[in-house]
Ligand binder design. Structure first.
Ligand code: NMX
Ligand code: MLT
Length: 435
């Protein structure tokens, strides 16, 4: 057994009694009430999911296993000479709650290397798809196509389902998937945008390094890849991609079905696709100005024009956050260090100066501050990844780290099929005393 699986097994054994005790002895304790506006309004703020992998405080932002983003970046082991940690070591942290040693992180690098081969039929399917299919459609299809590889589904079919050990099959599926996703993403990119010139992996490199290599982008893009995958990994359980993955997995669907569904949710413009929308919005606007960096007044007008046409300002607002997203800040710090004079970075910074005041003046958005998506495209663009349709695939590779860790724990703790109750409008009117 690998160190990671061994440590995870111990953590699961230690954790199970806590869940059992809460259920058996304190199951009636109330943690949330639900109002009519929450039932109609997307369940905002209803506490009805449990995860220990990350927690989102509205003012502080995300903590992964209790660690803030700067703590994660500082404490996790890093490849030689690099500023950003091994993504593999971060996955170890998400799964176990422990900061791995460099050796433990490298063990996961090796595990992923062994599991990374993309089946030929996946390549064939991708190649058969129309080239103008959205890369998220290709990414999700590739994941779904591999469902036949599921260890969980195979053992279930063979009658080997065991409530206490089935997490191990989920773990195997999660590891197999996580090892392949960067390769699939890079393959889609090189096939679709770079004249069909896939690049062979270099297994002397870690996940971030190898991804940059397969994309054909020089260092320090490897650092961007590490930073990007870590930042996008998890945002507690209520966001669309995490919740969808969890929901589908709750039917005992395997990791392939579940992740593919989660990725489909990530492809929505109000969720992960917002990062491509931000770049599209900015580029459109700069095109109108003949490529010039706009003045503050021109920017204010563009923001108002967007709002007045009934659209949202992509990259701003959040369902939970009420402050600037620390994932935005982390990327901003990268830009301040590596590309301080880049015009697009300056424009994104100008938007930061302009948009919150306008959203406050408009008075609709509960959070006028930028989220992760407001910043991610700029860095990609700077390193030559200008095909912004692809940005959500990057988000998806990162998000897989969090959701796959979560569904492994879902199985370990025996979370049941998710099935909330719905009511009718008549019932709401009765409850409100207006009928
Ligand atoms: N621009 C304009 N209007 C906004 C924005 C925005 N950025 N954010 C919220 N609003 C509006 C929202 O559409 C709603 O209007 P209406 O009452 O007419 O339906 C009103 O403000 C209240 O919405 P909130 O309660 O503040 O936000 P909610 O929790 O419903 O939605 C988002 C959260 C993130 C979907 C929303 O802020 C948004 O659409 N932002 C832009 C898209 C975006 O950046 N999405 C990425 C989120 C992060 N991610 O990676 O997933
Ligand atoms: C995310 O990373 O999933 C987004 O910020 C959306 C969310 O948390 O609701």
């Amino acid at each position: 057994m690998s160190t990671l699986k061994d440590v995870l097994a111990k953590k699961i054994d230690e954790h199970r009694p806590r869940t059992v005790k809460l259920l058996k002895e304190h199951g009636d304790v109330k943690i949330s009430d639900v109002t009519i506006s929450q039932a109609i309004g997307g369940m905002r703020g209803v506490k009805s999911l449990v995860t220990d992998i990350s927690y989102l405080d509205p003012y502080e932002g995300i903590r992964f296993r209790g660690y803030t983003i700067p703590e994660v970046m500082e404490k996790l082991p890093k490849p030689e000479g690099k500023d950003y940690p091994y993504v593999e070591g971060f996955f170890y942290l998400l799964l176990t709650g422990d900061i791995p040693t460099k050796e433990q992180a490298e063990e996961v690098v090796e595990e992923f290397r062994k599991r990374s081969q993309i089946p030929q039929y996946v390549i064939d399917i991708l190649r058969t798809m129309p080239r103008d299919s959205h890369p998220m459609t290709m990414f999700s299809s590739a994941i779904l196509a591999m469902q036949r590889e599921s260890v969980f589904a195979r053992n279930y079919k063979e009658g080997k389902f065991n409530k206490f050990t089935c997490w191990e099959d989920m773990y195997e599926d999660a590891m197999n998937l996580m090892a392949k996703l960067p390769h699939i993403g890079a393959y889609i990119y090189r096939m679709k945008y770079k004249g069909d010139t896939p690049i062979e992996p270099d297994f002397s490199l870690d996940l971030g390094g190898n991804f940059a290599h397969m994309m054909g982008i020089e260092p320090p893009y490897d650092e961007v890849a590490r930073m990007y995958f870590i930042l996008h990994s998890d945002h507690e359980s209520g966001n669309v991609s995490a919740h969808t993955t969890h929901l589908v997995a709750s039917a005992l669907s395997d990791a392939y079905y579940s992740l593919s569904a989660g990725i489909d949710g990530l492809a929505g413009p109000l969720h992960g696709l917002a990062n491509q929308e931000v770049l599209g919005w900015i580029q459109n606007f700069m095109d109108q100005l003949g490529g010039e960096v706009p003045t503050k007044e021109q920017l204010q007008k563009a923001v108002w024009d967007t709002l007045n046409s009934g659209q949202v300002i992509p990259g701003y607002g959040h369902a939970v956050l009420r402050k600037t997203d620390p994932r935005y800040t982390s990327q901003r710090e990268y830009c301040q260090k590596h590309l301080p004079d880049y015009p697009l970075f300056k424009l994104v910074s100008m938007l930061y100066d302009v948009v919150p005041d306008i959203l406050r003046e408009q008075g609709k958005a509960k959070n006028p501050w930028p989220n992760v998506d407001a910043h991610s495209g700029v860095i990609q663009w700077y390193y030559g990844l200008v095909e912004y349709d692809f940005y959500t695939v990057l988000f998806g590779i990162g998000r897989a780290l969090g959701v796959l860790a979560n569904i492994t724990w879902d199985r370990a703790l025996g979370y049941p099929i998710e099935r909330p109750k719905s009511v009718t409008t008549d019932m709401l009117e009765e409850a409100a005393g207006i009928k």
